[in-house]
Ligand binder design. Structure first.
Ligand code: ZN
Length: 196
C-alpha cells in the first residue's frame, strides 16, 4: 500500500540533495519517478531541482493551477513506463487542493508520494503546503541540521534583508536581496532580542 510522506527540514538541511538521491536510487533500478517543483522557486530555475552541493536535475514545474492528480494519472495511463514514485521539492509552496491531489495519487493510483519542504517560515508560521501535508501525510520525518550560531538542532529560519534580520513581511519574496539562516529556537529569540 502506498503512503504519502512529508519530509521537512529548515533551510540548508539537505532536502534537495536527498530528493536527488531518492530519484537516483529508483532510476538505478530501472524504475520511473516523476519529480515536481513549484514554479515559484526561481533561485535556480523553475524546472530544476538543485542543491547547494551543485547537483541538479530537471523537474516538472508546478503552477498554482496545475492539477497534480490529473497529470500523474494521464502519465500513468499512457504508453510510458509505470510510475514507481512521485517526488515533490519545495512542497511548502503547494496549495491545499494540490496536497489533496497528492493524497488521491496515493489512495487512487497507489503510487507513493514523497514531499520535501520547509515546515515554518521566517515568522514561524506554517506554509499552506506544509500545514496540509502535516494534516494529511501518513509518515512525517524531520531532516535535521545544525543551528548557524550554536550546536543545537535548527528548527527555525532567520530571514535577513540587506544583512538585517527581519521577523515580519511577506511569506514569499523572490529575487530580493535576502538570505536565510537555519537557527535553533533559542538563537531565533536572541536574534530579535539583541542577544546575538
Ligand atoms: Zn542556536
Amino acid at each position: 500500500m502506498a503512503h504519502l510522506y512529508f519530509k521537512y527540514g529548515t533551510m540548508n538541511s539537505g532536502k534537495s540533495i536527498e530528493i536527488i538521491k531518492v530519484a537516483h536510487n529508483y532510476e538505478e533500478q530501472g524504475k520511473r519517478v516523476l519529480l515536481f517543483t513549484p514554479a515559484i522557486d526561481t533561485r535556480i530555475g523553475e524546472n530544476i531541482v538543485g542543491s547547494r552541493t551543485g547537483l541538479t536535475r530537471p523537474a516538472i514545474p508546478v503552477k498554482a493551477d496545475t492539477d497534480l492528480f490529473e497529470l500523474v494519472r494521464s502519465e500513468q495511463s499512457g504508453e510510458g513506463q509505470r510510475i514507481s514514485c512521485v517526488l515533490v521539492d519545495e512542497a511548502q509552496f503547494l496549495n491545499k487542493r494540490q496536497v489533496l491531489e497528492l493524497t488521491w495519487i496515493v489512495d487512487e493510483l497507489d503510487i507513493p508520494v514523497m514531499a520535501f519542504g520547509l515546515k515554518n517560515d521566517f515568522r514561524n508560521e506554517l506554509f499552506e503546503g506544509s500545514y496540509n501535508l502535516l494534516v494529511n501525510a501518513d509518515k512525517i520525518e524531520e531532516i535535521k541540521t545544525i543551528c548557524w550560531h550554536c550546536d543545537r538542532k535548527a528548527t527555525m529560519v532567520v530571514r535577513s534583508v540587506n544583512g538585517v534580520p527581519v521577523s515580519e513581511g511577506d511569506q514569499i519574496m523572490i529575487g530580493g536581496n535576502d538570505d536565510y539562516k537555519p537557527v535553533c529556537r533559542s538563537c531565533y529569540r536572541k536574534t530579535f532580542q539583541g542577544g546575538l
